[in-house]
Design a protein around this ligand. Structure first.
Ligand code: UDP
Length: 246
């Protein structure tokens, strides 16, 4: 099959946020290798269109600092454990991407030089310009934050045009949680401000505020169909678009 045409892509540089849950598939814990491979194939396809792809991975499928804090652990310590969990996911995704034939670099916000490069903004941009898929590990490197905030921060730092926010089992943003509330209605477009005011499940409020203040659009989509990544990149109307105009 000939490689897909570069012209068909709507974006030049994107940031894909994959929560730990998105990597978990049907499992109760950890990462599902089939799921990760399917995601990796899609990311490779998008990269072949000439789109520069950066990925922020979560860690909630392995560990969350809040869970540790609830069990009596120091919150910051728990958060560092959570950040290390994201590194495990990043390495699994890197492996799958390389097996799929993509060239990748993992950049970690916590220095672990034996396994990943340190995060250096200009280096990340250089990798992207050279067509490498960049995986950002260890969130922001700071406790009390989330990988959603890392996604917003890194997207702004590398000047990504859009954040692709992968959700598990839902098509995008709803008026309530559709898994709990039958009357929940799907929302196809909304402004950052309204999403914050109505406390909708786009991303956490710190991350969403950062996107709002910097006019960064977010496409929220269902990761159960990995092809959605490519559809969004090609300009198809998929999931919910969160933007300044709404
Ligand atoms: N975390 C953190 N700072 C960051 C990013 C993550 O302390 O900048 C910790 C936090 O404990 C969080 C865990 O890492 O619960 C896993 O990240 P997150 O919950 O964002 O993962 P996701 O929900 O996307 O799977």
């Amino acid at each position: 099959m000939p490689p897909p045409q570069e012209e068909s892509a709507k974006f030049g540089r994107i940031l894909l946020k994959l929560s730990g849950e998105a990597l978990m598939g049907e499992l109760e814990y950890g990462a599902d290798p089939d799921r990760i491979q399917a995601i990796a194939r899609q990311v490779k396809l998008v990269a072949e269109r000439g789109v520069e792809v950066a990925v922020v991975v979560g860690g909630g499928n392995i560990y969350r600092g809040l869970a540790g804090a609830a069990a009596g652990m120091d919150r910051a310590t728990g958060d560092y454990m959570g950040m290390l969990a994201t590194v495990l996911n990043a390495l699994a995704l890197q492996d799958a991407l390389e097996k799929a034939g993509a060239v990748t670099r993992t950049l970690s916000a916590i220095t672990i030089s034996e396994v990943a490069e340190p995060y250096i903004r200009r280096r990340a941009i250089r990798h992207l310009e050279r067509g490498r898929v960049v995986i950002f590990a260890a969130g922001t490197g700071n406790p009390f934050f989330t990988t959603d905030t890392a996604a917003a921060l890194r997207a702004l730092e590398i000047r990504a045009e859009v954040i692709l926010m992968a959700k598990n089992g839902v098509e995008g943003v709803y008026t309530a949680d559709p898994r709990k509330d039958e009357s929940a209605a799907f929302i196809s477009t909304i402004s950052h401000r309204e999403a914050i005011e109505r406390q909708l499940q786009v991303m956490d409020s710190t991350a969403l505020s950062l996107c709002m203040d910097n006019d960064l659009p977010i496409h929220v989509f269902n990761m159960d169909d990995e092809a959605n990544i490519d559809r969004i990149v090609c300009g198809e109307r998929v999931g919910t678009v969160v933007s300044t105009d709404g």
